[in-house]
Write a protein of this length. Structure first.
Length: 228
């Protein structure tokens, strides 16, 4: 597979506060992420890790600067191009699982593939396989509300992987997991990464997660720096 990229150019993000002042969360970030590479973004709570991932995913707009997928500027996309991007190019794992409460666990994992028009039998088999490697095969026909927070987060992760995206953007994928389960999820992620040369960008507070990524960056004072 040829290398694809996600690139931020001079990205700044500011939020207005209630008292009329403005906080600058990202301050002119320039960085390129490539498929085939794995990156951890660390940094204290509130430094802007989720904001950065949401900007890469296109669900938050930067105050200034530009974002590119494969050198195509997000600002120029129409609705169809956005749909293609979300369906095929990125898998997004939010800090909260955001599962669809009315669908079963299995259906939640399959949902993006169904939107993409995949064969139902193939998708069912694939989703079952993902739930099995995530240790959740016995939960396939339950509703999300019947699962623990960590189990829901694992379902959301499998949902993000089900369509084999070019990039996985995962916001604290092990946030609700004990280290042993977290390591098992990392095994699954990195196995998928190897199989289709996906790019992974994770935000994390867990050093055991960072240790397994190729590159570790820290977000601080609106800037990203590479750890030694
Ligand atoms: N929609 C918003 N409106 C105003 N301020 C916001 C908004 N979203 C985030 N912020 C502020 O931006 C800063 C960065 O938030 P963000 O959620 O990106 O941090 P984070 O690094 O992901 O933190 P954590 O490790 O706790 O998840 C925080 O100060 C937060 O209060
Ligand atoms: Mg966050």
């Amino acid at each position: 597979m040829r290398v694809r990229s996600l690139r931020l150019e001079q990205v700044r993000k500011e939020y207005p506060l209630h008292d009329g002042t403005i906080i600058r969360v990202l301050d002119g970030i320039n960085i390129t992420f490539n498929t085939g590479n794995t990156v951890a973004i660390m940094g204290a709570s509130g430094t802007g890790k989720s904001t950065l991932l949401h900007i890469l995913a296109g669900i938050t707009k930067p105050t200034a600067g530009a974002v590119f997928y494969d050198e195509q500027n997000y600002a120029l996309w129409n609705a169809q191009e956005w749909q293609h991007f979300y369906t095929h190019r990125i898998g997004l794992l939010f800090q909260q699982p955001y599962l669809i409460q009315e669908l079963t666990v299995l259906e939640n994992v399959m949902v993006k593939g169904m939107v993409a028009g995949g064969s139902s039998a193939e998708l069912t088999e694939h989703a079952h396989h993902l739930l099995t490697i995530a240790g959740l095969a016995d939960k396939a026909n339950q509703l999300p509300g019947q699962l623990s927070g960590g189990q829901q987060q694992r379902v959301a992760l499998m949902r993000a992987l089900c369509v084999q995206p070019d990039f996985l953007l995962a916001d604290e994928p092990t946030g609700n997991l004990d280290p042993e389960t977290g390591e098992r999820m990392l095994d699954v992620l990195l196995d998928c990464q190897q199989r289709w040369q996906m790019g992974i960008i994770v935000s994390t507070h867990d050093s055991y997660v960072a240790k397994r990524m190729d590159t570790v960056l820290t977000l601080e004072h609106g800037q990203l720096r590479e750890n030694d």
